[in-house]
Design a protein around this ligand. Sequence first.
Ligand code: CFM
Ligand code: HCA
Length: 535
Amino acid sequence: MKEVVTKVLERYPAKTFKSRKKHIVIKNENGEIPEIEANVRTIPGIITNRGCCYAGCKGVVVGPIKDMVHIVHGPIGCSYYTWNVRRNKAKAEKGGDNFIQYVFSTDMQEKDIVFGGVARLRQAIKEAVEIFNPKAISINATCPVGLIGDDINAVAAEAEKQYGIQVLAFNCEGYKGVSQSAGHHIANNNFIKNVIGNGTEDYSNKKWNINILGEYNIGGDAWEVERVLSKIGYNVIATLTGDGSIDHIRNAHKADLNLVQCHRSINYIADMLHTKYGTPWLKVNFIGIDAFMETLRNMAKFFGDAELIDRTEAVIAEEVSSMEGQLQYYYEKLKGRTAFLYVGGSRSHHYQNLLKSFGVETVVSGYEFAHRDDYEGREVIPNIKPDADSKNIEELKVEKDEKNYRMIISQERFEKLKKEMPLGYYGGIIKESTGNAVIIDDLNHYETEMFIKILKPDMFFSGIKDKYVVQKMGVMAKQLHSYDYSGPYAGFRGALNFARDVEAGMFTPAWKYVTPPWKKGAVLEGTIAEEVATC
Ligand code: CFM
Ligand code: HCA
């Protein structure tokens, strides 16, 4: 693999070479975890797959809350970008709202950028209240808003008084930090400061109260997970934020345990809830049958209740026994193949386990905007230097909330359980990758093409921006962000859906009509400039 990485890097100009080489590491066979450079801005001019801070805040974390009106203050293109493409599904609850199918935009024009857009924002809020009468509104700033200095916080405060509903302002201008991950942080801070803790629901008559954090119900994933959890007997107070409701999120501090699926987008909330309300968090993985079973067993062990442990085993047996024949069928069809995974900040890791259960080995994987801990494990957090953009985003200091603080297990048991399960911990992608695999941060189009040409993986999982390029190279490509038009992929039934889609993709006759470039002749000689010149 070392030679492969050298071959990819050596065609870069010297300065780019120096930078990119720190973002590409090889898993060491002897178990040492290499240090990777992460969470820095993309080199200008490189074609990256990353999104912006606004995409991470509005598009990812805030947008899925179904019963709020989310107003995008900015030009229409930014609004359009986060309109339904992410496939975060939602259903209205009894008597509740669901605005997910809409996009609300102030549609800023050039004149607003010159003279200010505040009047337009006030008007948008007025219209939203008059037409939709929502429980709460969010205002999401895009780049021009920050550049011209529209005070969205003042408008929000004024609107709260005028209409008597909560109006949350997110200063998530696209350029605020390193891609989506900066936006997650901004969204997390606002929820902790202004939303979680305001609910007064009483769950004392319910057992096993949990929140699901970092699960966005893409293609219905959260529904499949919740189906199994409620069959076991858990009470899900809030899911952040897939199919989420503002009222449930306001009560999230009442849970006994927080489950963390996507750590990158929500670990700030998980940590702050632990400090403020005493709620421990458990790193879970709903993707893949083995991982989901382990998660369910860890949860039952955390509560330590014999009835819950028995019920968990009974549900696992019931769910899995009905699938065994089909799982074996897909294993026979897919075994021995190789995969290349490149997704945002957690899926490249989670999906490796699922692929492995069908005999597929991941040879290259990468993240768009993960931090070093997502690669190397949380133990490296004390050694991570603050990034150049961290001054743009508030580092909240939360304190114990004496009135609401409670921990359902003793500190002693908590310490004991930490040794037995990932309580408050995740180990990162590198530890779980197979030996000799390549791990890449902020992969770009040039590197994608080169690794595919050299390693010829059987399948490639990524997003819309590179899927078609890769398909034209004759390699099966699937969107792991939106699942194309499919899903759910989480939980027990999701694993089968995934296997069915991958098998259908592998065996489609379409591939015989495409000739990959490496079958046409030499493609790996010369410099990038020479290759571009021949295009
Ligand atoms: Fe978390 Fe996500 Fe992901 Fe993410 Fe995203 Fe997403 Fe993703 Mo697209 S929250 S980090 S910012 S799992 S939108 S649902 S698929 S890049 S790997
Ligand atoms: C985003 C959203 C995205 C984009 C996916 C893609 C998603 O980052 O703004 O590039 O195909 O999951 O929808 O990650």
